[in-house]
Design a binder for this molecule. Structure first.
Ligand code: GLU
Length: 304
């Protein structure tokens, strides 16, 4: 049976945008009778904070959102990702990349960059064995990039329709040995039989990379519904400094979790938002074709 998933990174408290995406992931799954998984994208050890597995789970529960089975932690699944990396290596589509972020930034700005249009300028793609050996000898540990042949990928998004997204040579294993997001998300979505990936539309651009990984590994190609973000009054992604952006912040202003649920539902124009007593009350009126595709920009008053 196909399923859905909500995949937060436990790096902080969930904000209104995350909660709204979670509500939508829940509605998409439950309106089709599909199981929903909660998956913690927690491989970025530098930014994960242990307490946020609990705070994120608790905030979802407070809104009445539930999921099936135990939450999944990517840290527990490293073997699967390593196996997938081995398969990509065996296909000979990876190459080591020794570039630092700064070098990539600078090379990307060079006027005569050879792979115009690609995010990664291809510096290490052109290294020969001697060049690689010299860099290995310098002690720099490489990341591994996937060599892409096309500059773009065409796909159909459930909310955004037909889109063409850019492709570049992207990292599948970071230089600390951690399997990278574009790889692990595909491996997990396949293992969990995810048919529809519901997530923030800041990730739309990464979808081509992920479909490419799925194609190469012979995994299922999930469909995608990229949902609009919630932005601060100045059009930025929500952050703590913008004010009352989390559930506890809203509760400190005297709102209940139900008020927050109704607010999120109203922001999506969901019928019955004002009277809902829980997310299930939103199911009868849920129609993906009527969801907004523009971001919600919160007014200053809403955040103070
Ligand atoms: N962990 C990502 C985030 O919190 C979402 C990844 C995904 O849904 O594919 O933005």
């Amino acid at each position: 049976m196909s399923s859905g998933r909500f995949a937060p990174s436990p790096t902080g408290r969930l904000h209104l945008g995350n909660l709204r995406t979670a509500l939508l992931a829940w509605l998409f799954a439950r309106s089709t009778g599909s199981p929903l998984h909660l998956r913690f994208d927690d491989l970025d050890t530098g930014s994960v904070r242990d307490e946020h597995y609990d705070t994120q789970r608790d905030d979802l529960t407070a809104l009445g959102l539930d999921w099936d089975g135990d939450p999944i932690r990517q840290r527990d699944r490293l073997d699967r990702y390593r196996h997938a990396l081995d398969r990509l290596r065996a296909l000979d589509v990876l190459y080591p990349c020794y570039c630092s972020r700064r070098e990539i930034r600078e090379a990307a700005q060079a006027p005569n960059r050879p792979l115009a249009g690609h995010g990664y300028p291809g510096t290490c793609r052109r290294l020969d064995a001697t060049g690689r050996a010299a860099r290995d000898a310098s002690g720099r540990r490489p990341a591994w990039r996937l060599r892409t042949e096309a500059a773009s990928y065409h796909l159909v998004d459930r909310l955004r329709g037909e889109v063409s997204v850019e492709l570049d040579d992207f990292v599948v294993e970071r230089n600390d040995g951690t399997p990278a997001y574009h790889l692990v998300t595909v491996v997990d979505d396949d293992a969990l039989a995810v048919e529809l990936v519901v997530r923030g539309d800041d990730l739309l651009d990464s979808t081509g990379r992920q479909l490419l990984v799925a194609d190469l590994l012979g995994l299922r190609r999930a469909e995608h519904a990229h949902v609009p973000l919630v932005l601060s009054p100045d059009g930025e992604r929500l952050a703590k400094r913008h004010g009352a952006v989390t559930l506890p912040d809203r509760m400190a202003r005297g709102e209940s979790p139900l008020d927050v649920l109704r607010f999120l539902a109203a922001s999506l124009d969901l019928p019955g938002a004002a009277e809902a007593t829980g997310p299930a009350d939103l199911l009868p009126g849920f129609d993906p074709d009527r969801l907004p595709t523009e971001p919600l920009v919160l007014p200053v008053d809403d955040l103070t």
